[in-house]
Design a protein around this ligand. Structure first.
Ligand code: GLY
Length: 359
């Protein structure tokens, strides 16, 4: 088990990774909360609640169920859950345990941040993507229509408990979706995590808790270090957007129905690697290495039918754009990225065509 500390504006909180990390829930002082509620998905809770309750020592925790899938990240769902909490007697000293993936974590933490002007929450992420990324760093959000994560707050949980054993029931696609975010962290971090991924691709699978334990810890450390330097995304945290500029455009162009998030990010990583090379910022060897690792992790839904002009039109809508100027996160080598503006449209178009032509 490993513990990483995140220094947030108001308090410092632990992110604990590793088998049996749910037991750390027992460190929550008895009597701190008047009541504890679990926000989760029904099938997930059915599968894991017994073990979670046993290990965490949680005695009574009524569950609030959220339908799985992105449409649950909505203001309507927030209203529904807020009403349910009130009817069930949640007050200002209640705590929400967010037991699930990115949807439960983002929505539940947003709910925690606004219910009675803020109650505590504890993240128990159950997908690889949530363990290495979305549950760490305090971003909360719901979507507004087509715009993902448009409404949200910075509101960290009191702790994050990530046990790799819960990943064993992930669908392969969702598992790979998280792996692409790990690749992103490896590109930001340096050669050693990147190499570890290159050499362990064949052993990485949802049930490989031992192999995953160290990968999750390494990836979490990358994120924790960045968040500790720039919690509010004034500068460096923006680099976590690597692969997301194209990624978000691809998701939007396909009505969020073709890709799971990490798959769209994977195409975005390929595009960023090709763009970096085209701009003369990234050596060809590093660009090829990034592309090879992403491709080796598994098949991606096709992008061949997507009109490049449509994708390019959607790029400036990326949330990180300021005044319509896209801020590209471009790798300069494995272990170093740069935020670049003013990238010529023709280069962006050419990079997209290059990834469309990839076999
Ligand atoms: N997922 C990007 C961030 O937390 O900043």
């Amino acid at each position: 088990m490993e513990t990483f500390r995140v220094k947030s504006e108001k308090f410092t909180y632990p992110v604990v990774t590793g088998k049996e990390s749910w037991r750390l829930f027992r460190d929550v002082p008895q009597g701190r909360y008047s009541s504890i509620f679990v926000v989760t998905e029904r099938s997930l809770w059915r599968r894991w609640s017994k073990r979670f309750i046993e290990e965490s020592g949680l005695r009574t925790a009524p569950a609030l169920f959220v339908p799985s899938g992105e449409p649950s990240k909505s203001l309507q769902m927030l209203e529904r859950l807020g009403g349910e909490l009130l009817r069930k007697g949640a007050d200002r000293r209640s705590c929400l345990v967010l037991f699930g993936g990115g949807v439960v974590g983002d929505l539940g933490a947003f709910l925690a941040s606004v219910y009675m002007r803020g109650v505590d929450c504890i993240h128990v992420p159950t997908t690889l993507l949530a363990q290495v990324d979305s549950a760490v760093g305090g971003k909360t959000a719901v979507n507004l229509g087509e715009m993902k994560n448009l409404i949200g707050t910075f509101y960290p949980g009191r702790m994050v408990l990530s046990d790799p054993r819960v990943l064993s029931t992930l669908r392969w696609r969702d598992f790979r979706s998280g792996l692409y975010e790990v690749v992103k962290h490896a590109i930001l971090d340096g050669r050693s995590l990147f190499k570890l991924l290159e050499t362990s691709t064949h052993t990485l699978r949802p049930g490989a808790a031992d192999a995953l334990e160290s990968i999750v810890a390494r990836a979490v450390k990358v994120k924790v270090d960045i968040v500790n330097r720039d919690e509010r995304e004034a500068n460096e945290r923006m680099t976590l957007n690597l692969g997301h500029t194209f990624g978000h455009a691809l998701e939007e162009a396909t009505d969020y129905s073709r890709f799971v998030h990490g798959e769209a990010v994977a195409w975005g990583l390929l595009a960023a690697a090709r763009l970096g090379r085209r701009l003369g910022l990234l050596p060809a060897t590093d660009s090829d290495q990034i592309c090879a690792l992403v491709r080796r992790l598994g098949p991606l839904p096709s992008i061949q039918d997507l009109p490049p002009a449509k994708i390019l039109r959607l790029l400036p809508q990326d949330k990180k754009a300021v005044g319509g100027t896209i801020r590209w996160v471009i790798p300069e080598k494995i272990g170093k990225v740069r935020v670049v503006t003013g990238v010529p449209r023709c280069e962006v178009l050419a990079a997209f065509r290059e990834i469309q032509a990839m076999k």
